[in-house]
Design a protein around this ligand. Structure first.
Ligand code: HEC
Ligand code: HEC
Ligand code: HEC
Ligand code: HEC
Ligand code: HEC
Length: 477
């Protein structure tokens, strides 16, 4: 048994309980790291909470331990000095100590850089952002649908570079505190509402160049009427999105020299009393005021410059209105289209008030079965599996859009692209915003889309294009 007095290392590490705690933490974290080395190499674990433990908690313990060791030594300065003075062969002992500290520092640098690298990397994953914390469930769920399911949350929520990173970590810490103290709003505010939107130049435009032209797009939109036969109607629109140098919708707002600014009187930016068009190339300027707005009252409102997310505000987290969700499910064959009154009944059932997800998962299919049992006993008997399938599809719609514990319900997050479900484009294009000389922001239908068919039951254009029966073929009878 070597005498402790011969070993400065032991003197240093054991002189105070804080140093000993530090040694214990470093050792514990180091061994856990070794034990979990395979996960670190893969950079991924399947469970979000284990992920936080492995990639965030272990590095914290590791560095905390390293920091505690010198703190303990400092606190026991006198005791340490006395011990060290009594070592017989000091130079040899110090050489051994130096070697030990040298090797340990090297090992710690390797482990430390690895754990911190993985910690930073882990904080960029969709799993960390979307699943570690239940308040993100609506956004995480919506993000799993195209087109951006492959784009990480940080791609749109964190500006590139070190300052963007630091800002997001600060905001993240604030949000964590709000969750820990249960002091967050329900539903949580949209990024626009809380004014924490990262500019589209630093997010969207990193992947979608402003200069790019978007060719004409044919939009085929299917609805079903609230009648016994669930009559299908189709709208066919030709959208001209265009581009910076190519006119169209994009060119009109983001074209060469164009700058559109607006003032909003509510936080969700649904009420826009003041709009200014300015072209820095031609020097044109036009100021539009909503009818009944006094210029002075508009001046005190916050002003924003129009960018991608003023129209595409839900590119990754679009929530449907009940009507549209049911229409899409029928069109895609998830809900049989020939069940009498299925459209109307389905919408009524998913719009009803349920206290919890479980209550909805039970109440929706039960309500549907009861409807057919009472009103259509024959259908109920013959098509029980179809009614069951429709019930399941409705529960899936509910779980995709409604989150009762977070008070996210139909319409909580308006989508500004379009004008059918929310004001959207018509926040400005309502023929009601005018300049002093009575020029308005156009509401002319053809100004934004060629309407090839509007809610027609059998549009000629689909036959001309040769796609009429292909669209029907997705449906289930
Ligand atoms: C393609 C870009 C994009 C991606 C990817 C993305 N978001 Fe968003 N997110 C947005 C935009 C834009 C808003 C602002 C919406 C608004 O103000 O209406 C937003 C809003 C939010 C909000 C505020 C609440 C709300 O619904 O408006 C949360 C929370 C959120 N996102 C979390 C996430 C999480 C978690 C992920 C990853 C799973 C993610 N986002 C991925 C673009 C994105
Ligand atoms: C990291 C890169 C990336 C970022 C950031 C990003 N996108 Fe995308 N986006 C894509 C890709 C890739 C696709 C194509 C997906 C596909 O075709 O399946 C896409 C698709 C789209 C589409 C649909 C195109 C279509 O064909 O349906 C729109 C609209 C869009 N993005 C808008 C935005 C907006 C608005 C933002 C910012 C809030 C944004 N994107 C941020 C990569 C990105
Ligand atoms: C004034 C509103 C508005 C603004 C601002 C706007 N867009 Fe669009 N964008 C649209 C509309 C409308 C469409 C056509 C959507 C459709 O096909 O139904 C579109 C189409 C697109 C598409 C192609 C979608 C497809 O179906 O192929 C992409 C990608 C896109 N926009 C990205 C962007 C980006 C990036 C920005 C910012 C640089 C931007 N948009 C700014 C309204 C806007
Ligand atoms: C914040 C207000 C605002 C919103 C929201 C808005 N626009 Fe505009 N839009 C304008 C202004 C301002 C102009 C230019 C008017 C002028 O020339 O003075 C314009 C012009 C246009 C034009 C060119 C019209 C023409 O006759 O030259 C099109 C097309 C257009 N917008 C489409 C859209 C679409 C599609 C949406 C919704 C996705 C939309 N806008 C949303 C403010 C808005
Ligand atoms: C400022 C631009 C703009 C104007 C003006 C405009 N629309 Fe639209 N409209 C849009 C956009 C954008 C969409 C959404 C397309 C999509 O879903 O991708 C849309 C969608 C629609 C739809 C499909 C709605 C659905 O069921 O999903 C119909 C129908 C429609 N417009 C009719 C009209 C009619 C009629 C007028 C004239 C009173 C008109 N629009 C004027 C931009 C405009």
């Amino acid at each position: 048994m070597p005498d402790q007095r011969d070993r400065p290392i032991l003197v240093l590490l054991t002189s105070h309980w804080i140093s000993m705690l530090g040694v214990a933490l470093v050792t514990l974290a180091g061994f856990t790291w070794l034990f979990l080395l395979p996960e670190h190499i893969r950079g991924h674990v399947d469970d979000p909470y284990i992920g936080v433990l492995v990639f965030i908690a272990i590095p914290i313990l590791f560095f905390l331990g390293l920091a505690l060791i010198p703190v303990g030594v400092m606190l026991a300065k006198r005791k340490v000095a006395a011990h060290l003075a009594s070592i017989p062969d000091r130079p040899a002992a110090w050489r051994r100590a130096g070697l030990f500290f040298g090797i340990m520092t090297l090992v710690n640098v390797v482990i430390g850089s690895q754990v911190s690298y993985r910690a930073v990397e882990h904080m960029e994953t969709v799993q960390f952002c979307g699943q570690s914390c239940h308040v993100m469930k609506p956004e995480f769920t919506a993000h799993q649908a195209p087109p951006h399911e492959q784009v990480a949350c940080v791609g749109c929520h964190v500006a590139p570079g070190a300052s963007g990173w630091a800002k997001s970590k600060m905001a993240g810490t604030r949000q964590l505190m709000a969750v820990l103290f249960n002091a967050y709003p329900r539903p949580i505010e949209s990024a626009m509402e809380s004014n924490r939107l990262v500019s589209a130049t630093e997010t969207c435009e990193q992947c979608h160049a402003r200069d790019r032209v978007v060719g004409p797009r044919l939009r085929i939109i299917t609805h079903y009427k609230d009648d016994e036969a669930n009559t299908r109607t189709t709208t066919v629109l030709m959208m001209i999105a265009g581009g910076r140098k190519y006119g169209g919708i994009h060119g009109a707002h983001l074209g060469q020299g164009v700058q559109i600014r607006y003032a909003a009187s509510d936080k969700k930016r649904q009420e826009i009393p003041w709009v200014e068009y300015r072209n820095t190339d031609t020097g044109e300027t036009r100021t539009y005021l909503a009818a009944g707005t006094q210029p002075e009252s508009a001046r005190s409102l916050p002003v924003f410059e129009m960018q991608c997310v003023d129209c595409h505000n839900r590119p990754a987290h679009a929530f449907d209105q009940p009507d549209r969700a049911v229409d899409n499910a029928i069109a895609m064959g998830h809900i049989p289209s020939r069940l009498p009154w299925i459209k109307k009944t389905a919408v009524t059932l998913i719009k009803a008030d349920y206290k919890t997800e479980e209550e909805a998962a039970h109440g929706i299919p039960a309500g549907l079965s009861a409807f057919y049992r009472e009103k259509y006993p024959e259908v109920s008997a013959k098509r029980a599996p179809d009614i069951q399938a429709a019930g399941d599809a409705l529960v899936a719609i509910y779980k995709r859009n409604i989150f009762p514990d977070l008070k996210v319900t139909w319409g909580s997050y308006p989508n500004n692209l379009g004008h059918a479900d929310y004001p959207g484009c018509f926040r400005c294009h309502d023929d009601n915003h005018a300049t002093a000389d009575k020029k308005t922001i156009t509401q002319d239908c053809g100004g934004c889309h060629q309407s090839l068919a509007i809610e027609e039951t059998s549009p000629e254009i689909l036959k001309t294009l040769g796609v009429a029966d292909k669209i029907e073929s997705f449906e289930r009878q």
